[in-house]
Design a protein around this ligand. Structure first.
Ligand code: CO8
Length: 258
């Protein structure tokens, strides 16, 4: 794993941990940091020891958004030349499931990072918000698109236009998060959740993530065709044979991820 300035990484029990590590700035995301998060996720994606990626933040908050100091003097040309959102696009190409464990402030780019995860566990004290409008801008790393696809136009517009802070209960009600846990149990619960996926045969997990994500972009017909190909593909795996043989033989399967 590369050396990183703004994040920490580790692997334990088939979980690849990425921890945002700018706690004094509430894990405000500067560009280097976003690049590091994506590079670490890509490395874990290639690492056969890792089944699930778990993204969380050191300190009080998950992330208070993009680093406003860094962004303040940008202009359209510097933004075009930096092409920083290419990093965010790469994050969407990671094939292993990414679980976000979030707490306290999940604002702006931090909310967009959370929405880029596949599953989210939130501490009871979590507040989600898009405060960009109060800065004279708008979400730029997928916020208007991902939130709208999740909760529908009505609430997405209300929340993004008013910078409302949404609490964990509301986020759960609207399907933004999977689960609310006590703040002191956040990592423990997130690891238990990650383990439930890590024990599954990893090729099936991969194809399920891929197929479900396609449902967001494809028509039902296109999505069904896509699902079918992934379903067929899994019948080329040793794990399919092992899983079904084990069922017939009434024994526990021994999956290899092949
Ligand atoms: N950028 C830079 N520094 C920040 C940020 C931020 N987004 N958020 C907090 N900090 C810093 C503060 O300046 C402060 O630093 P210092 O101690 O040196 O003064 C430190 O973190 C602690 O913050 P506060 O003292 O303000 O802590 P409070 O508990 O009083 O308040 C809040 C917490 C409410 C979260 C407050 O810090 C806040 O409003 N922060 C800004 C939130 C915000 O507007 N986020 C959206 C940014 S725009 C954005 O995300 C656009 C995304 C588009 C592309 C994504 C690219 C990555």
């Amino acid at each position: 794993m590369g050396l990183f300035q703004y994040i920490e990484t580790s692997v334990e029990n088939e979980i690849g941990f990425i921890t945002l590590n700018r706690p004094k700035q509430l894990n405000a995301l500067n560009r280097t940091m976003v690049g590091e998060i994506v590079s670490a996720a890509e490395e874990f994606d290639r690492d056969t020891q890792v089944k699930v990626i778990l993204l969380s933040g050191h300190g009080k908050a998950f992330s208070a958004g993009a680093d406003i100091d860094e962004m303040a003097n940008d202009n359209p040309i510097t933004l075009e030349l930096l092409n920083q959102f290419a990093d965010w696009d790469r994050l969407s190409l990671v094939k292993k499931p990414i679980i976000g464990a979030v707490k306290s402030f999940v604002f702006g780019g931090g909310f967009e990072l959370a929405l880029s995860c596949d599953l989210l566990i939130a501490a009871g004290d979590t507040l989600f918000s898009f405060p960009e409008v109060t800065l004279g801008v708008m979400p730029g790393a997928g916020g208007t698109q991902r939130l709208t696809k999740l909760v529908g136009k009505t609430k997405a517009l209300e929340w993004i236009l008013t910078a409302e802070r949404i609490n964990a209960e509301t986020a759960l009600k609207y399907g933004i998060i999977n689960k609310i846990v006590a703040p002191e149990l956040l990592m423990e619960e997130a690891i238990a959740f990650a383990r439930k996926i890590a024990v599954q045969p990893s090729l099936a997990v991969r194809m399920i993530k891929d197929s479900v994500n396609k449902a967001v972009d494809y028509s039902l017909y296109e999505g069904m065709q896509y699902e079918r190909k992934n379903f067929y593909l899994l019948f080329a795996s040793e794990d399919q044979r092992e899983g079904m043989e084990a069922f017939v033989e009434k024994r526990k399967p021994n999956f290899t991820g092949r």
